[in-house]
Write a new protein. Structure first.
Length: 270
């Protein structure tokens, strides 16, 4: 049950840990944290995707180390057995990246949920929000890395010839085909050889909910994906790749999200 709806969450506001993981592309000049301060779902804790990623790298949103993750989550007051609901107010459905991070560091996937439609749907339904900051009692969170859920550039390059897994890119078709300039400086246009393009935006309705499972299944068939196949998702910086991973997990419940962490921010460097 990776997705939960707004009515479900409203009934369980005091029974789950709620995370606001709103993150916006740099060119939007929006601040997820400032928006959180102005309005968020009751009991929500803000997760800063930039600050809570690897610090000693020029690549955005790279997974941090185990000790840092334990400190981050402990300071959020989250325990290992806590059920979690993550939402966002972002055009790129950034909550899915937080969902992936928790799974990578060993949190039970059955306990991690995404709010379908996010804050936009919550607000459209006029459900209550607050400006009050959530009181946090620091926990002692312990993480276990699932290193098989991440790929590096070397593995991506080796796979071009051996084809052990299928690489699916969540960026727009224009970016994938190299017909537009990349939004981040210093990157060439184009895509990884032999990869497939499935823009994440095609998996999300206008109200930010995910499209139905039959349509998801049909879109993945276009890449000749078979359920149970080894799939690695990539994008610009690992955020929207996680959206595709979430979507795929809805039709293949045994799938564990696997991401090329560096994504095009690393692979497309000039």
């Amino acid at each position: 049950m990776s997705l939960v709806n707004t009515s479900w969450l409203k009934k369980k506001l005091d029974k789950v840990k709620i995370i606001d993981c709103s993150w916006h592309m740099p060119q939007t000049k929006r601040s997820g944290f400032k928006e959180y301060q102005k309005s968020h779902i009751e009991n929500a804790i803000f997760f800063d995707l930039d600050k809570n990623s690897k610090a000693d790298t020029d690549l955005p949103h790279m997974l941090t180390d185990t000790k840092s993750w334990e400190r981050i989550v402990s300071n959020m007051g989250i325990k290992n057995d806590d059920p979690i609901v993550i939402y966002d107010n972002s055009d790129v459905i950034s909550s899915c990246r937080c969902w992936y991070n928790f799974i990578y560091f060993g949190h039970n996937p059955d306990l991690i949920h995404i709010l379908d439609g996010g804050l936009k749907k919550w607000n459209n339904e006029k459900k209550p929000t607050t400006t009050n900051l959530t009181e946090i009692k620091v926990s002692n969170y312990l993480a276990v890395e699932k290193k098989e859920l991440v790929k590096n550039k070397k593995e991506i390059n080796e796979n071009i010839s051996v084809n052990k897994f299928k690489v699916i890119d969540a960026r727009s078709r224009e970016r994938f085909d190299g017909n537009v300039v990349e939004p981040r400086k210093g990157l060439r246009s184009g895509s990884i050889k032999n990869s497939f393009c499935l823009p994440f935006s095609e998996f999300v309705n206008e109200d930010r909910t995910f499209i139905n499972k039959d349509t998801i299944r049909e879109k993945f068939r276009l890449t000749k994906c078979e359920l149970g196949e080894n799939i690695v998702f990539t994008c610009g910086s690992g955020v929207t790749a996680s959206v595709l991973a979430l979507a795929y997990s809805l039709i293949d419940t045994k799938y564990m999200p696997t991401i090329y962490d560096g994504s095009w921010s690393e692979y497309g460097k000039n």
